[in-house]
Design a protein around this ligand. Sequence first.
Ligand code: PMT
Length: 400
Amino acid sequence: MQGKNILLAVSGGIAVYKAVSLTSKLTQAGANVKVMMTPHSTEFVPPLSFQVLSRNDVYTDTFVEKNASVVAHIDLADWADLVIVAPATANLIAKMANGIADDMVSTTLLATEAPIWLAPAMNVHMINHPAVKRNLDQLYKDGVRFIEPEEGYLACGYIGRGRLEEPEKIIARIREHFEQESSRLLGKKVLVTAGGTRENLDPVRYLTNRSSGKMGSRIAEEAMLRGALVTLVTTIRELPVNEKIDVRYVDSADEMYQVVIAEQKKQDAFIMAAAVADYTPIEVSEHKIKKQGDEFVVKMKRTKDILAEVGQTKTNEQVVIGFAAETRDVEAGAKQKLATKKADLIVANNVLTEGAGFGTDTNVVTFYFANGKQMELPLQDKRDVAKKLIDEIETLLGLN
Ligand code: PMT
């Protein structure tokens, strides 16, 4: 944090008081802080509070140019190493998502090339409104990073998601950002697979599984945040993907195989979180299959094992990580996959455990390394599992 130029953008909500405390804590941590405020935010807290705590001028109006030698919004935009938008109201989020620049804050946000961290704060119904969700999705795709709002008592009297995250937690996230920025993964190529494959039976039916793609997406995102050039091969089109990630959409196991193998020589690390079908129908009917008789038998053939092929043919410099989705004998299953697929590490999850496996935001995993080491992780957000996994990949790549 020491010596970093942090631009704090404050928009008009009751949580502005937390931005005052955030300013104080950022300066105490050694950052140079400048604050810009929307006109509405000054109704809650006067600019003087931010000026005193940041020991810098506060910017509220695009047309008040205090220094004739520069254009304030461009100067501020260029000065910032990082921008925090806190609190981010629905209105400011909408402006950002649509490129509207009609005041000092929105104009500067459009002009900056610095990473933007956005901490939303609003009523629970507002944050769940489809328009706000759409705008947040758009900002996510544009590369804006989020400090998710907390659940709790809201100033409007409701209890729910929408509280601005506490200043201490925002600072912890920003610290992590600067640590990640200097990550050794910078410029490394990482391929991640995600989601469940779909194997067609006929033009209207397919066989698939319960994978939501969340685990793989979180890993791709974490690798991207640490500076890796990420290729995400996924079957899930519904999850937003950061524009810095090279996303390839596929449906079947064979399509996933083709994309991964074409990338094989270019990548430094492979993380296979996808739930890939082991079998696919031998024949795909050209027309909808009509019902006939009491039983229906589908003849299937083995798909190609993507992880095994990548693991068995990898170079000494490449790192290959597989997953094991088990419902019993987790350790034996993971160790068998480690050996047969020649992976460097298998991430095993018992998908029957509460909060683990398919569709959840959390997971409970154990890492099994090829050198015999094991690491058991408690229940935690898939984002945190991703962070720990990327830490291990950095070590396996010899970067730590
Ligand atoms: O997507 P989510 O809803 O977030 O859920 C996460 C998850 C449960 C899907 C994830 O944590 C997980 O366990 N992914 C692997 C699922 C799986 O198919 O496991 P498996 O034990 O059947 O396969 C072992 C490994 O071989 C996997 O890395 C798989 O990607 C790979 N494989 C399998 C078959 C095949 N033909 N090719 C492969 O590459």
